[in-house]
Design a protein around this ligand. Structure first.
Ligand code: AOF
Ligand code: ZN
Length: 340
C-alpha cells in the first residue's frame, strides 16, 4: 500500500479534480505490475497496473492480490469502470485503503467486486490514504478548494523586511516550494508581495505543471513589465481591466473590495480544487482571521532579521501534522485540530 501511495503521488498536479491513485498487483511477494493515474481524463491506476504485467506473468493474475490506494470506480466517467476490469481479471483478492467518497462510487465498486466472488479488504493505512487525497476528499465533499497557507519566517518572527524582497529559506527548500506549487491548482499573492517581489509564481526549480497564479491589483499599480503580466501561464488579476494582447491572463471582477468567499466561488466554478496562499503577511492574516484555511506550512531557520514584517500568529486550534528539516530550514505542517 505504501508503494501505491508513492505511485499515486506521481500524478499530483496532473489529475485534479480527480484523486491521485496508485495500484500494485502482487503474487507471492513479487510485484507483477503497477500503475497510477497520470493524467486527467486518462486511464485509471488499475488500467495501467494490469497493462504493465508481462505476458509470461499473465497466468498468475488469478492468484494475485491487487492493492489500490482508492476503491476501484463503478461508474462510466471519462473512462469505463475499474471494478469491471478487476472482475474481468479475476484477481484472488483486492485490498484498498480508502473508499471513494465520490457519490457516483461510494462503496458501489467494492460491492460489485465482492458480488463477483472476489475477497475485498478495506481500510488498510486508511488515515495515510485520506491524508494523501485530502485535496480530492474536500473537493468531492464540499466543492470548494483546499486552502494551504505558507510562509517562511526568521527566528525572531519576521517574514521579511518592509519594502524589499527578502530571502529566508535555502535553495533546496525553494525547490520543495516549487514542488508544492506543482501539486496545487492555484497560487495567490497580495498586492504588496506582487509589487515588492515581482514574483513569477511558477515551478522553474522543479519539473511539474505551473499553477494558475492570482494577484490582487485593485489600484492597477503592478507594473505591466512584471512577470505576472508575461503571459507565460494562466493568470487571474483582481483589478481593473487593462488593454493588452494576453492569451492566458484574465482580469477578474469582484476586486473592490476583494473578498475571500468570492475568490473561492470563482475558483470552484473553474474546477480549481486547491489554493496555495504565499503571502504577504496581510493576506495570510486575513485568511487566518476569517478562518479560511485547511493546512499551514511554516518554514523557519536561525536567521535573525532584527525587525520588519511580523509573521502571522498561528491559529489557536491546530495540530502539528509533520515536521522535518531541509538542511538548516525546519518545515512544520499544521492542520486543524480534530477532536480526540
Ligand atoms: C479509480 N482509479 O485511478 C481514479 C479513480 O472521469 P473519470 O473516468 O476519470 O473518473 C473520475 C472519477 O473516478 C473520480 O472522480 C474518482 O471518483 C474516480 N477516480 N478511480 O478507480 C483511479 N483516479
Ligand atoms: Zn477507475
Amino acid at each position: 500500500m505504501q508503494r501505491c501511495f508513492e505511485l499515486a503521488q506521481l500524478g499530483a498536479g496532473n489529475v485534479a479534480p480527480n484523486p491521485i491513485v496508485g495500484a500494485v498487483l502482487v503474487y507471492e511477494h513479487r510485484i507483477l505490475g503497477e500503475g497510477f493515474h497520470a493524467q486527467y481524463g486518462g486511464p485509471h491506476a488499475e488500467v495501467n497496473c494490469f497493462q504493465s504485467v508481462q505476458p509470461e506473468d499473465r497466468s498468475l493474475i488469478e492468484a494475485a492480490t491487487l492493492y489500490c490506494s482508492l476503491e476501484p470506480c463503478s461508474h462510466y466517467g471519462k473512462t469505463p469502470p475499474c471494478a469491471d476490469l478487476v472482475i474481468k481479471n479475476q484477481v484472488k483478492k483486492l485490498v484498498i485503503s480508502n473508499l471513494d467518497p465520490n457519490p457516483l462510487v461510494a462503496g458501489k465498486g467494492v460491492e460489485k467486486i465482492r458480488a463477483a466472488g472476489i475477497e475485498v479488504e478495506t481500510g488498510l493505512l486508511e488515515d495515510a490514504g485520506a491524508w494523501l487525497n485530502r485535496i480530492f476528499f474536500k473537493w468531492i465533499q464540499q466543492k470548494t478548494p483546499y486552502i494551504i497557507l505558507k510562509w517562511a519566517q526568521s527566528q525572531d518572527g519576521y517574514i521579511g523586511i518592509s519594502g524589499a524582497r527578502t530571502s529566508i529559506s535555502n535553495p533546496i527548500t525553494q525547490r520543495l516550494n516549487h514542488r508544492w506549487r506543482s501539486e496545487i491548482a492555484a497560487i495567490l499573492v497580495g498586492n504588496t508581495t506582487a509589487m515588492v517581489d515581482n514574483p513569477s509564481l511558477n515551478t522553474r526549480a522543479y519539473p511539474g505543471p505551473n499553477p494558475l497564479r492570482i494577484a490582487l491589483d485593485r489600484h492597477a499599480n503592478i507594473p505591466g513589465d512584471y512577470h505576472l503580466f508575461d503571459d507565460q501561464q494562466e493568470t487571474w488579476i483582481y483589478g481593473p481591466p487593462r488593454t493588452g494582447d494576453w492569451q492566458k491572463l484574465q482580469f477578474m471582477d469582484r476586486y473592490d473590495p476583494f473578498e475571500i468567499p468570492a475568490l473561492l466561488e470563482q475558483l470552484s466554478q473553474a474546477q480549481k480544487t486547491s489554493l496555495l496562499v504565499e503571502g504577504g503577511a496581510h493576506l495570510l492574516k486575513q485568511f487566518i482571521s476569517q478562518n479560511y484555511w485547511d493546512e499551514i506550512r511554516v518554514i523557519e531557520n536561525a536567521q535573525m532579521l532584527g525587525g520588519g514584517i511580523s509573521a502571522p500568529d498561528l491559529p489557536v486550534q491546530l495540530d502539528l501534522k509533520t515536521r522535518f528539516k531541509v538542511q538548516d530550514d525546519q518545515i512544520s505542517v499544521y492542520v486543524r485540530s480534530v477532536a480526540k
